[in-house]
Design a protein around this ligand. Structure first.
Ligand SMILES: N[C@@H](CCC[C@H](N)C(=O)O)C(=O)O
Length: 273
């Protein structure tokens, strides 16, 4: 049985997509990690399994469920960049009739709109401020705003240039505050309604973009300015996205690109079971 895959990215946060409408694939954490490995696999920050919600017995207002898994094989509630790529795939593959529809995720249903130029807007739901905590990079403490966007984030607006930070190793954080781990964003305001961000993702490491992270960054910046409504561009190493918040409800707009389409070798799949 040949296993189809696609490779795509959203602002260089890259994914392997596995079309699996009936939910038949035995997608173990080991296989996810092998697929995402940049030497022994295809290489990606995560896997997006394209599966019908019904096949997994999941209640959802839409037909399709984004089964998102981090590069280390762990599941996450939501992936903003992945949702854009997922939505564009459904449109390009004629798996949906309209360009605006609902996709399920572990974090809940998300309404998406695929624009004529291929960019996608995702209604991300509430960005909820959950408190304050600290991230530690190279023995430097960065206080931050905790934000839940379906998944957990800690956003630090930093005084130094984010480019200077060494994010090769996992920054430390308060594991009592974040018992399930956390995505860590480091942010510079670079103008009116404009942020620059780097991110260290839970289950992955530093990535070139994180959609939920950009939403958390804008929500935190607005919160510190005393509001939950506003919009901002967010520059990340892999490009730029646009985030808007209205009374804490967020939308994320940005590109979704495809790189390749192919088949995995059966022997490779079997050997990595
Ligand atoms: N890159 C994603 C977020 C993926 C999940 C995250 N690593 C987590 O474990 O919560 C995005 O674009 O939002």
């Amino acid at each position: 049985m040949a296993i189809e895959f696609l490779k795509g990215h959203g602002t260089q946060n890259d994914f392997v997509l596995l079309p699996d409408p009936s939910g038949r694939l035995d997608l173990t954490p080991g296989r996810v990690a092998a697929l995402c490995d940049r030497q022994r696999g295809l290489g990606a920050d995560g896997v997006l399994r394209v599966v019908r919600a019904e096949a997994l017995g999941i209640a959802c207002d839409g037909e399709w469920f984004m089964d998102y898994l981090n590069a280390d094989g762990s599941p996450a509630e939501m992936c903003g960049n992945g949702m854009r790529v997922f939505a564009r795939y459904l449109v390009d593959a004629n798996l949906v009739r309209e360009r605006e529809f609902v996709v399920g995720s572990r974090g809940g249903d998300r309404r998406v709109m695929v624009r004529p130029d291929g960019a996608v807007t995702v209604h991300m739901g509430p960005a909820t401020i959950t408190g304050a905590s600290v991230a530690i990079v190279d023995d430097r403490n960065f206080s931050g705003v905790a934000v839940n966007v379906g998944n957990p984030h800690l956003v630090s607006i930093v005084d130094c240039d984010v480019v200077e930070l060494d994010l090769r190793a996992q920054p430390r954080y308060d594991t009592d505050f974040f018992p399930d781990g956390v995505n860590l964003e480091f942010v510079n305001p670079i103008g009116e309604g404009a942020l620059r961000m780097r991110v260290y993702e839970r289950g992955v490491g530093e990535t070139r973009s994180c959609g939920t992270g950009t939403v958390a960054a804008v929500a935190a910046a607005l919160h510190l300015a005393g509001t939950d409504t506003g919009e901002s561009t967010v520059d990340v190493p892999g490009g730029q996205v646009m985030v808007a918040l209205e009374r804490g409800e967020a939308t994320l707009t940005g590109p979704a690109e495809f790189v390749a389409h192919g088949e995995l070798y059966d022997d490779w799949w079997a050997a990595n079971g």
